[in-house]
Design a protein around this ligand. Sequence first.
Ligand SMILES: O=C[C@H](O)COP(=O)(O)O
Length: 250
Amino acid sequence: MRKNIVAGNWKMNNDLSETEELLAQLKQHLEQEPQAEVIVAPSFTNLYHVFQSLAGTPVKVAAQNMHESENGAFTGEVSAKMLTSVGVKYVILGHSERRAIFKETDELLAKKVTSALKNDLQVIFCVGEELDQRKSDNHFNVVEEQLSKGLFNISKEDWKNVVIAYEPVWAIGTGETASPEQAQEMHAFIRKTVSEKFGSEIAEEVSILYGGSVKPANAKEIFAKEDVDGGLIGGASLKAEDFLAIVHSF
Ligand SMILES: O=C[C@H](O)COP(=O)(O)O
């Protein structure tokens, strides 16, 4: 039975005091056994603080990125081992902002995935098409290629540590959400693609999250779809009330 997951990607928001405020509200209102696994992804500077503050709660901590190497002369970078050493359990890889703004390629992402899994980090691997790719009916090809080049060189055993997030780029931070039917159609396609390469047992077990303008008002309808196992939430995860309402949308 695959897991429902709601992950909050705080992106480059929340300094230390804002982080403390948000954590206090989350802790006050989040019960010990939420219906979904809850993950928050703060910036690097706040990872350890968030991990310590959430001790004793079911909430897991994710990093928003990492370097593919174990260590070395890579000024400004952070390795998988550094992340696990401060309590991080997940890392988000392949986010469209990393792909578009920081020019991360599928080949680079494949190396990051390998390093993360080798160092016992679970990977939230993001895929998704841009608006012109959807308009030209290329969205399935784009997502298939992102999966096969960036993720599919892992072993069957690695899949227990992988979550996929489908985030159509045109829906991120725009207020425009994929319809529940569009989300379901792509999630089913992703599951079929995983199944063809790794078998149905693995495909049925992998959680596939939807991301892109998920709000309390639309979460229930999106999460109700058969192949949608939760969400990767940006803007709405910065407000405890909205994030908790989304967590409670199953
Ligand atoms: O990682 C989260 C996604 O980019 C979605 O962001 P958003 O909920 O602000 O659209």
